[in-house]
Design a protein around this ligand. Sequence first.
Ligand code: FES
Length: 105
Amino acid sequence: TTITFVTMDGARYPIEAPDGSTAMENAVRHDVPGIDADCGGACACATCHVYVAEDWREAVGEPAEMEEDMLDFAYDVRPNSRLSCQIRVRPELDGLVLNVPERQG
Ligand code: FES
């Protein structure tokens, strides 16, 4: 399943991501700049914040309540904000585009 991170300067990071992994794990493994993921995926830091590309919002779905609460701590939260450690890679997300915010926290 290929997912692509796009940073603020327009750089694209396409990654072949194993199904069942989280989007965040793939960003960290491939050194995508701007995904800090300080808590290591425990939904406890909000530094893995991403913006889901509009076309993909429905497929990715809405944040769970715990994630929603944690998103309050993220910088410049928008309706398409998600924590990338809470996005599970699956075949239906092939082609997914996630935009990396200007900064975390
Ligand atoms: Fe900490 Fe996602 S890595 S909330």
